[in-house]
Design a protein around this ligand. Structure first.
Ligand SMILES: [Zn+2]
Length: 335
């Protein structure tokens, strides 16, 4: 695989030449076991010989380290950093909280490879807030009160992420993977469109959460609770580290609907999307009897949402981006 093209001195050609970065497989024995690693090499474009490029060795040391850990099922340094980030805890306190010596995690961060046992403890802490909570309370006495309280608060906030269904988390993870910036308002609308279009196309909802009609449109309250701290700002949440990769649990059909919505509705900001839902029957009907600006919490049932998008599908081809763009255009044109 060719990555980049740059120049350096080629010993064979005895001059500056252009080189290409390529991937190369090497076989290495670590602790009596053979491994195949993929490293990056620079190849002279003129003579085809490998060239020695400053910095490349460091890159390869890191690549081999990451591949060795992956092959052995050991936690990566990046994941140890994630652990500190999501639980808002420093390296020494984290060490103590997990029942390790104070310098253990600092050493791992410098590149020392953990034992399988310690690696598994760190992996459990990364995937399960309740496991982390248990460890924290077991080792509470070793931490300062401030560090303990801060970490416990972080654990509780992560626990709340799991108050929504796995399917909802998968959809959210996929939206965040597909779009650069998503505000809470925008996320709510995208989830609503995804649910509506999916159920109209396939006759069943994509996720179990119930939708409510609030002042600013349809809202999934459990999801609102998760991200309300971001207010009108793009959601930038360290807790996402926990469900990175979760979107792989979606079927191709489910992903296709998220793609459809992200590539069409996802091009607009929250306020524009709000304008669309304010022109749609489910929200208008649910708000019947409420003056403007008066809070409401009426249920927008899955059936109402589905039936509305079935009616939309009779006029627009909601299974294509083109059809959805036309729908959006018409909805924004009404008021
Ligand atoms: Zn050369």
């Amino acid at each position: 695989m060719t990555v980049k093209s740059r120049c350096d001195f080629c010993i064979e050609c005895r001059k500056q030449t252009e080189y290409m970065l390529q991937k190369k497989k090497i076989v290495k024995t670590v602790r009596d076991k053979e491994y195949t690693f993929e490293i990056t090499v620079a190849v002279c474009s003129e003579c085809g010989e490998e060239m020695s490029i400053p910095g490349l060795l460091d890159v390869n040391v890191q690549e081999v380290d990451a591949q060795y850990r992956a092959a052995e099922g050991l936690i990566s340094i990046a994941d140890i950093k994630k652990l500190m980030e999501i639980y808002k805890i420093g390296k020494a306190p984290l060490s103590l909280a997990l029942g390790f010596g104070e310098v253990t995690i600092p050493r791992y961060l410098e590149g020392q490879i953990p034992s399988k046992e310690y690696s598994d403890i760190m992996k459990s802490a990364l995937s399960s807030p309740s496991y982390m909570k248990q460890r924290l309370s077991e080792n509470k006495g070793k931490l300062t009160d401030a560090a303990y309280k801060k970490a416990i608060a972080a654990v509780d906030s992560i626990d709340r992420l799991f108050s929504v269904s796995n399917q909802m988390l998968r959809v959210i993870a996929y939206i965040f993977k597909s779009l650069e910036e998503v505000t809470p308002l925008m996320l709510q609308k995208l989830l609503y469109f995804i649910q509506g279009i999916y159920s109209a196309l396939y006759g069943e909802p994509l996720f179990v959460e119930e939708c409510r009609a609030w002042i600013h449109g349809p809202v999934y309250p459990e999801v609102y609770e998760l991200f309300k701290d971001f207010k009108y700002n793009p959601i930038d949440d360290v807790r996402f580290a926990l469900f990175e990769g979760m979107e792989t649990g979606l079927t191709a059909q489910e992903k296709r609907v998220v793609d459809l919505v992200v590539n069409t509705f996802g091009m607009y900001g929250g306020k524009t999307l709000e304008k669309i839902t304010h022109n749609e029957t489910p929200w208008i009907e649910a708000r019947n009897g409420y003056e403007e600006g008066i809070p409401s919490n009426e249920l927008l049932s899955k059936e109402q949402i589905m039936n509305y998008y079935i009616s939309v599908s009779q006029k627009y081809d909601i299974s294509t981006e083109k059809g959805l763009r036309l729908y959006i255009h018409d909805m924004l044109d009404i008021s």
